[in-house]
Design a protein around this ligand. Structure first.
Ligand code: PGA
Length: 261
């Protein structure tokens, strides 16, 4: 794992988008694993800007999102399909048919996970998985006690997640209590992971995820087992990390980061 601390949220967002863009330029038929949430909105705005102003080309790219609420149709403003269309897909030249989210309206809840896994496999697997982290340490909607080898399935959401996300619903009680999510094992199968975490409200949980013991109580700790992870933080989110000096030294000195400094 590499940890990069950027001076501001804006710098952390720009670095994340640049890494994604560089991977896409190197491999135009990239398969992205994508995340939703407030943190990612600025990343998607930056990717859309690059598509518009710098000819970043998504025409051969594919995407699979981490998760989707169960029971929300695509046109519901709180569905993750709506979020992705609004923040990214409508603003770049990706083919909509190449964008995938679990089907929150399926009649076959037990069948949706295996169907989604098969679609990821048929696309050749995920090349780069973008991740955020929830206040309870979830990645995707892998709430505490999710098996570290879990696959895409339906999951009950925790009260912490309910409090974090129900603010977007009107009324808040209309937030679904269940969602489909890629499993921790699905996420770990991605060839590369980029996690972006900003803001001081995440400082405690991200320190546990990066430097704490691996535990299914904090599914984000599983990324410690992945061979190719970069975690990008702003100063506020990095505040509780013990090895900050080492992370800063590495980013300042490793030749692979030369072009990003
Ligand atoms: P946030 O969500 O970006 O809205 O904080 C992240 C998450 O819950 O994974």
């Amino acid at each position: 794992m590499e940890v990069i601390i950027q001076p501001t949220e804006e710098a952390a967002v720009k670095l994340t988008a640049r890494i994604m863009a560089d991977q896409l330029r190197a491999r135009p038929d990239m398969v992205f694993g994508l995340a939703t949430g407030a943190t990612m909105e600025a990343v998607y705005a930056e990717l859309a800007r690059m598509c518009r102003e710098e000819a970043l080309d998504f025409s051969n790219a594919k995407s699979f999102n981490l998760d989707e609420y169960i029971g929300l149709p695509a046109e519901d403003k709180n569905s993750y399909r709506y979020y992705m269309d609004h923040h990214l897909f409508n603003n770049i030249n990706i083919k909509k048919s190449n964008t995938h989210l679990p089907n929150g309206m399926t009649d076959d809840i037990p069948g949706e996970g295996p169907r989604y896994e098969a679609a990821i496999k048929a696309a050749g697997g995920i090349d780069l998985q973008l991740l955020g982290i929830g206040q309870d340490g979830h990645i995707g909607f892998n709430e505490p006690l999710s098996s570290l080898s879990s696959r895409t399935r339906d999951k009950s959401l925790t009260p912490v997640t309910y409090r974090q996300n129900s603010i977007y619903f009107n009324p808040p009680e209309s937030m679904p209590r269940r969602a489909f999510t890629m499993g921790v094992g699905t996420i770990l199968d991605a060839k590369r992971i980029v996690m972006l975490v900003t803001g001081k409200r995440k400082a405690d949980i991200v320190a546990k995820a990066i430097e704490g013991p691996i535990t299914s109580m904090i599914s984000a700790t599983a990324i410690q087992m992945h061979p190719h992870v970069v975690v990008i933080l702003d100063e506020a989110a990095a505040a509780n990390l013990k090895e900050q000096e080492y992370y800063r030294w590495t980013f300042a000195n490793e030749p692979c980061w030369d072009r990003y400094r």
